[in-house]
Design a protein around this ligand. Structure first.
Ligand code: MN3
Length: 198
């Protein structure tokens, strides 16, 4: 049985970047719904219930065909949101350091150039989905995924993920996805992103 991960901050802690109401609904309703539906799907497959969500998602083609879709959508939803909450903080480390910083400079030129590219690429994701910084071997790159698909299923290690479903920003930013993406850096904790890289 999967359960909601504990949040390390209050719903209001990320204001004004993410408003308390959005956090509350996003975590208590949206994320909970993914977990409930993932658990329901696994009820018909007890042999899979001991696997972690990472194990379930790492090779979707190994899954029984009758739950492949449910695990992709709801398992992905659970994994992606768990990662998202974990890299947000009201008192974040504002920039990457060390090996991750070196990898970002190698791939994008500078941290500033990385942020611009990430915002442009992620703003351009058509419809619902996510923008990601991933580790691919020793390199880092930006990718997007539709819906709740996760780069983990493509053999990539997600380092940073930003939810661009409208439920993540609409109360505060309405249709202004680029403004939300510009602001999100205020609450991204690079200490957590670095921990995933190292
Ligand atoms: Mn979401």
């Amino acid at each position: 049985m999967f359960t909601l991960p504990k949040l390390n901050y209050e719903f209001s802690a990320l204001e004004p970047t993410i408003d308390a109401k959005t956090m509350e609904i996003h975590y208590s309703k949206h994320h909970q719904a993914y977990i409930d539906k993932l658990n329901a799907a696994l009820e018909t497959h007890p042999e899979l219930q001991s696997l972690s969500v990472e194990e379930l998602l790492s090779d979707l083609n190994k899954l029984p065909s009758d739950i492949k879709g449910a695990v992709t959508n709801h398992g992905g939803g659970h994994y992606n949101h768990t990662l998202f909450w974990s890299i947000l903080s009201p008192a974040p480390q504002a920039q990457p350091t060390g090996l991750l910083n070196e990898a970002i400079e190698k791939a994008f030129g500078s941290f500033t150039d990385f942020k611009t590219q990430f915002e442009t690429t992620t703003a351009g994701q058509f419809g619902s989905g996510w923008g990601w910084l991933v580790k691919d071997g020793e390199e880092v790159k930006i990718v997007t995924t539709p819906n709740q698909n996760t780069p983990l299923s493509d053999g990539l290690t997600p380092l940073l993920g930003v939810d661009v479903w409208e439920h993540a920003y609409y109360l505060n930013y309405q249709n202004r996805r680029p403004d939300y993406l510009k602001a999100i850096w205020n609450v991204i904790d690079w200490k957590q992103v670095e921990a995933r890289f190292n």
